[in-house]
Design a protein around this ligand. Structure first.
Ligand code: PEP
Length: 249
């Protein structure tokens, strides 16, 4: 059975005290035991977050990493640095990384390889922009992102991959894909995976939806058969809202 996952992407928010406070508040919530729950704080808080969540069900995920093992890459963080502080999963390919830091699918393929070589799991983010949806090329865009970013992997490596479909027009905008739009794309993603690999692999990969998920819309989105959870931005900064989303399954 596919894992149900809700992960909170904190982006560049919260100082050290606020990060600690939010994790404390989350740990005080009762969270659906069937859901894998994680938070992705900024790099500087990861070590403290790992220590703070040692005996809890909340996992700690990085928001990004560099593809090189080490070297003259000022300001960057490598995969082995993450594992050395107890972080075993990273987001890659978030639309803000793609848009503001020019991360291409070719670069992301290298990052994915570096993550897997170091034993990290990857939550791979992708999704079309508004213009691409309006031009009705959104299925092609998503197929290309998966192909260029991930289809060099073999079936065994896919056990370490979670997908997060995030239509760019729905991120931080308050506009959510309708449950039908989410389901339609998630079904497309599974059919592309089945074509490239096989149905067993396609049915085994958790595919999250991201884009303005809130307590009010989470259960409708999560009730879609091919939606296995969510990557949550804004609403993950509030413990009660994030817990309500986790408990929306
Ligand atoms: C995100 O950043 O991954 C995201 C989905 O943000 P929001 O929930 O705020 O739209």
């Amino acid at each position: 059975m596919r894992r149900k996952i809700v992960a909170g992407n904190w982006k560049m928010n919260l100082d050290a005290a606020a990060s600690k406070e939010l994790i404390d508040a989350l740990q005080a919530q009762s969270l659906n035991p069937d859901v894998t729950v994680a938070v992705a704080p900024p790099f500087v808080h990861l070590g403290a977050a790992v220590a703070q969540t040692q005996n809890s069900k909340i996992g700690v995920v990085a928001q990004n990493m560099h593809q090189a093992p080490s070297g003259a890459f000022t300001g960057e963080v490598s995969a082995s640095m993450l594992t050395s502080i107890g972080v075993h999963t990273t987001l890659l390919g978030h639309s803000e990384r793609r848009a503001y830091f020019h991360e291409t699918d070719a670069l992301l393929a290298k990052k994915v390889d570096a993550a897997l070589e170091n034993g990290l799991d990857v939550i791979f983010c992708f999704g079309e922009e508004l213009e691409e949806r309006k031009s009705a090329i959104h299925f092609d865009v998503v197929t290309r992102q998966l192909t260029d970013g991930l289809f060099h992997l073999d079936a065994a490596q896919w056990k370490k991959i979670v997908l997060a479909y995030e239509p760019v027009w729905a991120i931080g905008t308050g506009e959510t894909a309708s449950p039908e739009q989410a389901q339609e794309m998630h079904a497309h993603i599974r059919s592309v995976l089945a074509n490239q690999y096989d149905n067993e692999l396609a049915q085994g990969v958790s595919v999250l939806y991201g884009g303005s998920v809130k307590p009010a819309n989470a259960s409708e989105i999560f009730s879609q058969p091919d939606v296995d959870g969510g990557l949550i931005g804004g609403a993950s900064l509030n413990a009660a809202d994030f817990a309500a989303i986790v408990n929306a399954f």
